[in-house]
Design a protein around this ligand. Structure first.
Ligand SMILES: [Fe+2]
Length: 290
């Protein structure tokens, strides 16, 4: 079984194009990040890389592709529309693609309330969480931890209800399957340390508790949110971050997993952006981890 995993593609439309009137609240922080914080350079010509990325994923002939969120920068309608255009007909084939929302896709309470992410990506996104999708002998279980948070807050939260159902869902999985837990946020950062309070999952310890429960079946945890790629171990389960697929200030790229449900093994191949060749090419996983 081969699964492609990419994240944090951040389709960006320059903030001024929506007019100055829209730059209030959290959007003003986003605009500042874009012009002063350097996001403009990290995601310059990002549309082109998203197009090349999707072409390259198609060429890998994988059984399924998962995008773990942050398809936009500020959840603006223009960003969702343009991103959905680039995905094209792929957005209507849930047997081949799953897309989860990230915090940047629920950047403001209005974006979350208007369900902008779901309106464009709803055909390939879960409509309730925790969610389980079977692809051959692999089961993808998704948690929704993204939410519109405060002005300088990008933390996530799973909540007791979702966690209780997650525990039941993971306990019910057949030992014959390979279970991948997918979410936007990570449990730990690249050296195994907890994330910052305003950037990580507030109740990450409760998720770790579910994974450590001997009755639950989880064989890999995959996510984005952090823009570097890495792999660490959480109670014997690999936690794998794909990093950003399009942030050119990193060795950006995506992962292709080869999964063996019989042995419960997962191998990672990396495809990285090569600006000179103008395409994604075979690269080295964890190049970003010092
Ligand atoms: Fe994120």
């Amino acid at each position: 079984m081969k699964i492609a995993h990419y994240s944090d593609i951040h389709m960006t439309v320059p903030p001024w194009r929506g007019g100055v009137a829209g730059l209030v609240g959290k959007r003003s922080v986003g605009a500042l990040n874009y012009y002063v914080g350097g996001r403009r350079r990290h995601f310059a010509r990002v549309e082109h890389r998203i197009l090349r990325l999707l072409e390259d994923v198609d060429a890998q002939a994988v059984d399924h592709a998962i995008c773990t969120g942050d398809v936009t920068q500020m959840s603006r309608p223009e960003e969702f529309e343009r991103c959905a255009q680039i995905f094209g007909t792929r957005l209507h084939d849930p047997s081949r693609l799953t897309v989860l929302p990230g915090n940047h896709d629920r950047y403001t309470p209005t974006a979350q309330h208007e369900r902008r992410f779901e309106r464009h990506f709803g055909d390939v996104a879960p409509d309730a969480y925790p969610f389980a999708k079977r692809v051959g002998d692999v089961v993808i279980v998704a948690l929704d931890v993204a939410r519109a948070a405060g002005l300088l807050d990008s933390s996530g939260y799973a909540g007791p209800e979702q966690l209780e159902r997650l525990r039941a869902l993971l306990t019910a999985q057949s030992p014959d399957t390979f279970v991948i837990l997918a979410m936007h946020y990570g449990l730990f950062r690249k050296h195994g340390e907890p994330d910052r309070k305003r950037h990580g999952i507030r109740d990450y310890e409760a998720i770790v508790d579910v994974i450590a429960d001997p009755k639950t079946h989880v064989h890999a945890i995959i996510h984005g949110h952090m823009h570097d790629d890495y792999r660490i171990d959480v109670h014997g389960v690999p936690e794998i971050c794909s990093g950003s697929a399009t942030d050119v200030f990193r060795p950006c790229g995506y992962n292709v997993y080869t999964v063996d449900p019989a042995t419960k093994s997962i191998d990672v191949d990396r495809r990285v952006w090569d600006a000179e060749q103008d395409r994604y090419v075979a690269g080295e996983f964890q190049r970003a981890v010092e």
